[in-house]
Design a protein around this ligand. Structure first.
Ligand SMILES: [Zn+2]
Length: 269
């Protein structure tokens, strides 16, 4: 390892970073790099029958169990789910966390996702660019000496900017095990809001099989959206790639200017 990277993955709720970037985070961790996952809210409204306080505590335990499997550090900000706003108050709170960790790269939601917390997380994260280096922007935390790279989670190629696919078949089982820890979401809330709660098996072994089928479908669909990109990079072997995670570069922060930066930043590719 030439240099130990510091990677920050910022999601709106406990499980978002895992879903979009859990596989890549496992790769970074296995190679000895430092990963900090941050959830901008406690996720305390993501359930049909559990009260907010109890749910926040359940989700914290689920996230920490998953983090242990991934080998990453995990931080949950003390903000309510569904109430995040792109304001100076939240930006300053996030700025402190980012400056204290001083990441080389930050991965977060794209600007146009289904949930307001996801969109505002994106806004809050990109608003820390440049400000991470300004000493008086947050006198409580040390200013960074560099602007990090900023990337968004992606489910389909975006023209004209840097796109990257991370095949995750090698560690899919581990990612699945991480998602399996988020029982309140994977087996209760998401099936309930999606209208398929009756399809969730009661037996734990069957549950994992159900989760495997459901969640791999999502990462396979991303791979299919990026098939042409994968073919260019991997040739014939592209067809063997099943699940991927993908990212695109944000238009702010440090930019990738040479191909040589890619293996340094993504050492598992
Ligand atoms: Zn979310």
């Amino acid at each position: 390892m030439d240099k130990q990277l510091k990677i920050m993955v910022i999601g709106a709720h406990p499980d978002d970073s895992e879903i979009a970037f859990g596989g890549a985070s496992i790769f970074y961790s296995v190679l000895g790099h430092k990963v900090l996952m941050v959830s901008m809210t406690t996720g305390d409204i993501g359930h049909q029958s559990i009260d907010k306080e109890t749910l926040a505590s359940i989700r914290k335990k689920e996230a920490y169990r998953g983090a242990k499997i991934m080998g990453v550090k995990y931080k949950i900000m003390p903000f309510h789910d569904g109430e995040l706003e792109p304001t100076l108050y939240y930006r300053k709170k996030l700025l402190t966390v980012i400056r204290e960790f001083s990441p080389d790269a930050i991965f977060t939601h794209s600007p146009m996702e289904y949930h307001p917390d996801h969109r505002y997380t994106n806004q809050l994260v990109i608003d820390t660019s440049y400000m991470v280096m300004v000493p008086n922007a947050d006198p409580k935390s040390p200013p960074m000496k560099h602007n990090p790279y900023y990337f968004y989670f992606s489910s389909a190629p975006v023209d004209g900017i840097f796109n990257l696919c991370i095949p995750i078949d090698l560690i899919w089982e581990k990612k699945l095990l991480v998602l399996h820890q988020h029982k309140s979401q994977m087996y209760e809330w998401l099936p309930w809001i999606g209208g398929f709660l009756d399809k969730v098996p009661s037996d734990d072994t069957e549950k994992i099989k159900f989760l495997d089928k459901w969640r791999s479908k999502k990462d396979i669909s991303i791979a299919n959206n990026y098939r042409e990109w994968l073919k260019e990079k991997y040739g014939k072997n592209a067809d063997k790639i099943r699940c991927i995670e993908a990212i695109v570069s944000a238009p702010i922060g440090r930019q990738i200017v040479s191909q040589e930066e890619i293996p340094t930043l993504f050492p598992f590719l």
